[in-house]
Write a protein that binds this ligand. Structure first.
Ligand SMILES: Nc1ncnc2c1ncn2[C@@H]1O[C@H](COP(=O)(O)OP(=O)(O)OP(=O)(O)O)[C@@H](O)[C@H]1O
Length: 244
């Protein structure tokens, strides 16, 4: 494996408060890495920095070894990333148009767009909803559209911020299963922020535990879950107790 995206000596501060302080963190090509931690630990902030939606107060971000800064981040660079959030934030139009939008912005030929949209609607089992208005979907259907809209961009890194947390359990389990198959088949490098150890155990290869803005433990997911360190144990053991 080789490092795809990494950060070095990052801090992120707001109103004289340090929200994140991370000396080093690397995401390997093709892996699914989870970021878990208590409320307010800084998970979403870390995701925003990694996906270049925000800039750190200090420190550097590297993509394939090249340093990125607010100045040298081109549209082409941004287009290597796709993001799916808990709220699907779909547009006021059909499912088809929502999934097609990113490719239209990239000015791909109509035929290519149609083929790709059909492919991804099929993959996420929403082809029958193509003409339906996005505002009339169930939560699970909307999240499928959201994920199709991200995957159609063929991202080098997919960022997921709690995409399943608003779904009921059976819907979540089904979508997790399908998404894992898709991510593994496409070898999509994925950063997955979640509150839920069950989701994280199922989906991720490695896990970083973020507490008070610091990565307190990182390693293969099962190793971290089964051998928490002194700092992460109270957080992880509470979960282990719950899902035993
Ligand atoms: N722009 C900002 N200005 C001030 N404080 C901020 C800003 N962004 C984040 N914070 C604070 O930083 C901390 C980390 O926030 P963040 O949303 O990253 O945590 P989180 O781990 O994702 O939390 P949750 O699990 O509740 O979603 C919180 O205390 C939050 O209030």
């Amino acid at each position: 494996m080789s490092t795809l995206l990494s950060i070095e000596n990052i801090t992120y501060s707001k109103q004289q408060r340090t929200i994140l302080s991370i000396p080093a963190f690397a995401i390997e090509q093709g892996e699914i890495i989870g970021i878990m931690g208590p409320n307010g630990a800084g998970k979403s902030t870390l995701l925003k920095l990694l996906s270049m939606l925000d800039s750190p107060s200090e420190g550097s971000l590297f993509f394939k070894g090249a340093k990125l800064s607010a100045q040298n981040v081109s549209i082409d660079m941004r287009r290597k990333f796709a993001i799916a959030l808990q709220q699907s934030l779909l547009l006021n139009t059909t499912v088809y148009q929502n999934v097609a939008l990113g490719l239209k912005l990239r000015k791909l030929p109509k035929k290519v767009i149609r083929d790709k949209v059909e492919y991804w609607l099929e993959k996420f089992k929403i082809a029958h909803l193509a003409k339906k208005h996005a505002y009339h979907l169930s939560g699970g259907e909307a999240q499928r559209v959201n994920l199709a809209r991200a995957m159609i961009l063929d991202p080098e890194v997919l960022f997921l911020d709690e995409p399943f947390s608003a779904l009921d359990f059976p819907t979540k389990v089904q979508l997790l299963k399908e998404l894992k198959e898709i991510l593994k088949a496409t070898k999509t490098t994925t950063v997955f922020v979640s509150h839920d150890l069950l989701e994280v155990k199922y989906l991720t290869d490695r896990l970083a535990i973020l507490m008070n803005g610091e990565i307190c433990q990182i390693g293969p997911t099962l190793e971290v879950v089964n051998n928490p360190n002194q700092v992460t144990a109270p957080f992880i053991e509470e979960w282990n107790e719950f899902i035993k």
